[in-house]
Design a protein. Structure first.
Length: 132
């Protein structure tokens, strides 16, 4: 199966899994997906994730979803920069998402990080997604 937007596919799996109350969801593994999941875990939006080998050279990610009082921690998650339309932002133009209650995940020259980290380090980059 060929996926045109791997990050968008993973975010959709997370969104759909939380809507039906699953404890965890699976997604094919890639380095970029792992970096996005690291940011989500560090910021407290998912419980944890781990990589599991399906067969030699092929891995999948198992993402443990997080709930608070039986409600999903992630209310909304959306892809900003897509394969057909990349969205870049300079650090001085990087606005907070949902008045600071949500966050944007950026791919910068210093790695994948949240918008808060990007402002602290003084770097802009490609806005991958926004989470609330």
């Amino acid at each position: 199966m060929h996926i045109n937007d791997p990050i968008g596919d993973m975010l959709t799996r997370i969104r759909n899994g939380q809507r039906v109350g699953k404890k965890s969801v699976e997604s094919p593994s890639s380095l970029m997906r792992k970096r996005v999941l690291e940011v989500l875990q560090k910021e407290g939006y998912i419980r944890t994730y781990r990589s599991e080998e399906v067969r030699k050279g092929i891995e999948k990610l198992i993402i443990e979803l997080k709930y608070s009082e039986d409600l999903p921690v992630i209310e909304s998650v959306g892809r900003v920069s897509k394969p057909g339309r990349r969205v870049y932002c300079a650090v001085r133009k990087l606005a907070s998402y949902r008045s600071g209650l949500g966050m944007s995940i950026l791919s910068t020259s210093k790695g994948v990080m949240s918008d808060i980290e990007a402002r602290a380090q003084g770097v802009g980059g490609e806005i991958i997604c926004q989470v609330y």
